[in-house]
Design a binder for this molecule. Sequence first.
Ligand SMILES: *[C@@H]1O[C@H](CO)[C@@H](O)[C@H](O)[C@H]1NC(C)=O
Ligand SMILES: *[C@@H]1O[C@H](CO)[C@@H](O)[C@H](O)[C@H]1NC(C)=O
Ligand SMILES: *[C@@H]1O[C@H](CO)[C@@H](O)[C@H](O)[C@H]1NC(C)=O
Length: 336
Amino acid sequence: MDASFLLAFFLFGLTTLGTLSTTLEARAFFVFGDSLADNGNNNYLATTARADFPPYGIDHPTHQPTGRFSNGLNIPDIISENLGAEPTLPYLSPELRGRKLLVGANFASAGVGILNDTGIQFANIIRMSGQLLYFEQYQQRVSSLIGQAQTKQLVNQALVLITLGGNDFVNNYFWRLYELGARRVLVTGTGPLGCAPANLAKRSLNGDCDPEMQTAADQFNALLVQTLNELNSQFGSDIFISADPFRTHMDFISDPEAYGFVTSKVACCGQGPYNGLGLCTVASNLCANRSLHAFWDAFHPTERANRIIVSQFMTGSAEYMNPMNLSTILAMDART
Ligand SMILES: *[C@@H]1O[C@H](CO)[C@@H](O)[C@H](O)[C@H]1NC(C)=O
Ligand SMILES: *[C@@H]1O[C@H](CO)[C@@H](O)[C@H](O)[C@H]1NC(C)=O
Ligand SMILES: *[C@@H]1O[C@H](CO)[C@@H](O)[C@H](O)[C@H]1NC(C)=O
C-alpha cells in the first residue's frame, strides 16, 4: 500500500439536542488529514511533501499554487462551498486570527498516514496526534476571543473533515475528537488505491488496477464501517458517518466517459507510464484540459473528480453513505 489518495473523514458537531443559538450558516468547519485535505499547512514546514509550486493551483481561482494537491479546489474547499462558507485557512497560516478563527481551521498535513503520498518518507509533517494538539490549542485561542461556553458550542456544532491514509485511523483519534467536542463524524474510507496512476505505472502491465491493492482497500473500508458502527452504538448516536470513496471512484474509473472524463488512468500532470512516475512539476507533461482527467497527479484527483466525490458525500445513497448522506444530516441538524 502506498498511495494516500482517498480516505477522508469528517465530522461535525451537534448530537442530540444542544444549547445552540448560533445560526447554521455560521457552522464552523474543521479539517484533519493528509494531502487530500491539506490546503497549505505544509508550506510552513520544512518538508518535501508540498504542492506550493506550479503547475499545482493552475485552475485555482488565483491560478497560483497554494499548497493544495490539486489543479484547483480540493475536497474541503468544495465542502465549504456546499456549506455556504468561505474556505478554511491552514492552521499554520498567519492570516488565521481574529474573526477568521470562527470560520474554522484546516489542520491537515500532506504525508501523514502509513501510505506514502509520493513514495518518500516525510519528515516534519504534522502527524495526526499533532493535528489534535493544534485543535486543542485552537480552542484555547478561540476561548480567549469569545469565551469558553461559546467556543464549546462552536466546536459542538462544527463540521469536521478528516482525510487519512490507510491504517492511520486509530480508534483513539476518534475518541479524542469526541472528547474535543466533535459530534458528527463523516469518515471516508480509502479510494481504489490500485487504480491510481502511480500504481498503474509501478505495478500494472496492461492498465488494470492492481488487484492486491484493490482487495486491501476494500477490506480497509469494510473494517472502517464496522468500527464506526460500533462507536456509534457506544455513543448511542449517529456521530460517525462513513463515506465510501472506493465506490464513488470505481464508478468513474470503470466508466470515465459517463462522467465526462477521457481517462481515469492517465494523470494530467506527471511523467512515465500513465504520467504516474515521480512528482508533478513544471517539467512534467501537463494535459490541456484538467476537467477531462480523473487524476491530476499520480495520486490526487482533479478538482472535477473532487466535485464528484463531494457530491456523493452530499447526496449519495445508503450504499455510499452509512448511515446517511450529508444533506440528510444537515437537514436533521437544522431542525434540532
Ligand atoms: C514508504 O516509502 C518508503 C521509502 O520509499 C518505504 O521504505 C516504505 O516501505 C513505504 N511504506 C509503505 C507503507 O509503502
Ligand atoms: C474542458 O472540457 C470540458 C468538459 O468537456 C469543457 O466543458 C470545457 O469547455 C473544456 N475547457 C477547455 C478550455 O477546452
Ligand atoms: C440522501 O439519503 C437519503 C436517505 O438515504 C435519500 O433518500 C436521499 O435521496 C439522498 N439524497 C438526498 C439529496 O438527500
